[in-house]
Design a binder for this molecule. Structure first.
Ligand code: SAM
Length: 377
């Protein structure tokens, strides 16, 4: 079986999380900013798309070269055997990105690469300058960083955060892969209770249930590779069957609460779609009234963050309540994501550790309070 040079992409700050996930799946990895490289066959493309929780996409690196001028870019791309990768009717959008490079105009980079591929394909398929692009999609991209060009094929399609269980609603949910990445930054593995006291549409609780039950996060969706004509379709079917046979029972409770009953209804629907409605205990309760008999668990939450001064003031009152209610739960490790730099002051305790992340473009911190005495680190 042909082995490919593959890489996973992810949001800034999650490289080590994705690398660990890949290591746990049995791959050797090399990490750079925003990418973790590994090698694998078609079966590995299926497996990583199906199982990676915190990554965005899995790509095949087709070619890499130094590109200081457009002639070189054109010639190097033209040299690739495109007819082996793309059938004559392939739709092949090309995305261009150029950073800190001599070739800095992204539209020009993109159109030169597209032209080189079209020219080569029309010559290989004897098509005289016309390609219908009416068939399946093969998403390509060119990325030039410090004059090194990389041409890749995206095997994922819509980003891996689109698991397929979420219904649309007006709130500001965490992306599924971001929520999973946060959980993977905690010691959570399903053997201890988990509580999200500001659960919103339930993303953290649902992703926790998927981790705890060993459910592959890509179980419900299709990937770009499903449309590649040289890709063995049986591999995907087999991998989903195998994944389904590995699902476990939940060991420890997952609690999800929120002050807003209407958002809890959304969370329940999402949990239902993800097949974990029975695994999560949803309850309407305000933080100030929160109480639990559970011990030695993990609290993880994404409290509101106010952009305007007035909202920020009320968010900070909530952080104070969080301090009063959650700080005494000293057998719990606690993890809070917010963009508010005053969080520790309002909560009333300095975090054991803080991790800088980006939620989309928003700079946020993941405040970590490790439990006094248990094995949660
Ligand atoms: C940023 S959202 C959480 C989004 C969630 N992580 C998701 O992925 O959908 C914050 C949530 O905190 C809830 N909330 C605000 N004040 C609260 C309070 N005093 N007690 C409990 N929940 C509260 C809001 O209703 C909202 O759903």
């Amino acid at each position: 079986m042909k082995e490919y040079q593959l890489y996973a992409t992810m949001g800034a700050g999650f490289e080590s999380v994705v690398a660990k996930e890949l290591n746990n799946l049995g791959y050797q990895t090399q990490t750079e900013n925003g990418r973790v490289f590994f090698k694998g066959t078609q079966a590995d493309i299926v497996k990583t798309n199906l199982w990676l929780r915190s990554a965005d996409r899995i790509k095949i690196l087709l070619k890499e070269f130094k590109a200081l001028d457009f002639d070189t870019l054109y010639n190097e791309v033209y040299d690739y055997d495109w007819a082996e990768l793309l059938p004559v009717d392939a739709k092949f959008p090309v995305q261009g990105r150029a950073v800190k490079s001599k070739l800095h105009s992204e539209p020009d980079v993109q159109s030169i690469v597209k032209k080189a591929i079209v020219d080569k394909m029309t010559s290989e398929y004897h098509r005289r300058g016309f390609l219908p692009e009416s068939g399946n999609e093969y998403p390509l991209d060119v990325h030039i960083y410090k004059n090194k060009a990389r041409i890749s094929l995206d095997t994922t399609g819509a980003s891996l955060f689109k698991r397929g269980y979420r219904i649309e609603h007006g709130g500001a949910p965490l992306k599924e892969n971001f929520a999973a990445g946060l959980l993977l930054l905690t010691p959570y593995n399903g053997t201890h209770p988990l509580i999200d006291p500001m659960t919103g549409s339930g993303t953290l609780a649902i992703e926790a249930a998927l981790i705890a039950k060993n459910v592959a996060p890509g179980t419900w969706r299709k990937f770009a590779f499903d449309g590649f004509d040289w890709f063995d379709p049986q591999l995907h079917k087999d991998a989903v069957e195998e994944a389904k046979s590995q699902v476990k029972e939940l060991e420890a409770p997952i609690w999800a609460s929120d002050i807003d009953q209407s958002i809890l209804e959304v969370a329940k629907l999402n949990a239902h779609n993800a097949g974990v409605l029975q695994d999560i205990r949803f309850k309407q309760v305000a933080v100030k009234d929160f109480a639990t008999d559970l011990e030695n668990g993990i609290i993880v939450a994404n409290p509101p963050y106010g952009k305007r001064l007035k909202d920020r003031k009320s968010a900070e009152v909530l952080y104070q309540q969080m301090g009063e209610v959650f700080k005494p739960l000293s057998s719990f490790s606690q993890y809070y994501l917010t963009a508010d730099p005053n969080f520790e002051k309002c909560f009333g305790k300095k975090a054991t550790k803080k991790r800088k992340l980006f939620n989309g473009n928003l700079r946020v911190d993941f405040y970590q309070y490790w439990a006094d005495k248990n094995d949660h680190k």
